[in-house]
Design a protein around this ligand. Sequence first.
Ligand SMILES: [Fe+2]
Length: 251
Amino acid sequence: MSFCPESKEEMRLSRRSLLQWAVAVPAALAVSRVVAEVPFAEAAPAGPFKLPPLAYPYASLGPTISEMTMRIHHDKHHQAYVDKLNAAVAATPSLAGKSAQTLIQNLDAVPESVRTAVRNNGGGHVNHTMYWEIMNPKGGGAPKGDIAAAIRTNFGSFDNFVKKFDEAGEKRFGSGWVWLAMDKGKMKILSTPNQDNPLMMGMMPIFGNDVWEHAYYLTYQNRRGEYLKAWWHVVNWDAVNARLHYFAKNA
Ligand SMILES: [Fe+2]
């Protein structure tokens, strides 16, 4: 079974839409400056997939996210997604050589016998790699650069954007993620269940927050809203800007 050409066409359309959006935001995104500066989960090589190391110490995101939460979340949960994704790919020769992004963008082309495993664990690997990348102990504060301009243009103000983002995260029933994504040239906030990623719906995931209980329960217990509010203290806007630029160039 091959990966469908329709998805390539969709991605070409998505890229065109994103560039149209970029041009529509005055001076917000100079396309000539759009450069993929760092590797992303979405750009990672094919398997076997590996758990990416953190770029900062486990304890350094405290008190927003505790060392214990980081150790369990990264070393246990993310490792499990990586191991199960590798097992699914190893059992399915037609999936060999595919990047994690390609796998989750083309789930219809994944044999049914491992489709759920690839969806959950491929999504888990891509989502968590993004999550570690967009946090930093020196993060927080107001957004800057192109993402700041894009948020102002699309949501009026950063405060309004945070309110809507956190509301979407709080409303997600059960486990999932809340995202800022690009959908046909428009920025939107959405939440997804389980380990689903906007890439699975043809959207581009600018950034997202993990609202599984494993992301916050040790510190915040059932108070997901407090975690969502505190999380902005560790968001690495440089990394978010780099992702925005990456998707403008490579979507
Ligand atoms: Fe998680």
